[in-house]
Ligand binder design. Structure first.
Ligand code: FES
Ligand code: FES
Length: 159
């Protein structure tokens, strides 16, 4: 079985994976990182968004071996309940979290945006999260939260 070696949330990990498995499957099933959600598994909902070398990707569409040699960041590497990232805090404060299923994906897409563009416009935020679906909140509050986080955060480093 091929060996996958990547930097995951700042730690080097190596594991054997079959060629057909996606990064989403490996994260959730092999590495027990359940914050990355599997919604549609067809690239439509964005709930599986992670950062691959600092760029937002749909982990459900990415063959796991494509992450070999890369840096991968999941929501677990961004913040926690005890120590939330400003994006998590501000999206929640703005009322952009209801069931929360979509939230990790939005946070990861927003983080990728803020790495590339620390002070985005409303339009840039809308574009960055255009691949993320939320059934509960509408998008206005999520966008407000992202803009508030951007206003308070120092420049984000590429992961
Ligand atoms: S689970 Fe990947 S885009 Fe929906
Ligand atoms: S908060 Fe429920 S899907 Fe977005």
């Amino acid at each position: 079985m091929p060996s996958l070696r990547m930097t995951l949330n700042g730690e080097t990990v190596s594991l054997s994976v079959t060629g057909t498995r996606t990064l989403l499957d490996v994260l959730r099933e092999d590495l027990n990182l359940r914050g990355t959600k599997g919604g549609c598994r067809e690239g439509e909902c964005g709930s599986c968004t992670v950062l691959l070398d600092g760029r937002a990707v749909n982990a459900c569409l990415l063959p796991a071996m494509k992450a070999d040699g890369c840096s991968v960041t999941t929501i677990e590497g961004v913040g926690s309940t005890e120590a939330p990232h400003p994006l998590q805090e501000m999206i929640a404060e703005a009322g952009g979290v209801q069931c929360g299923y979509c939230t990790p994906g939005f946070v990861m897409s927003a983080l990728a945006l803020l790495i590339a563009c620390p002070k985005p416009s409303v339009e840039e935020v809308e574009s960055a999260i255009s691949g993320n679906l939320c059934r509960c909140t509408g998008y206005k509050r999520i966008i407000q939260g992202i803009l508030r986080a951007a206003a308070t955060m120092p420049r984000q480093e590429t992961t």
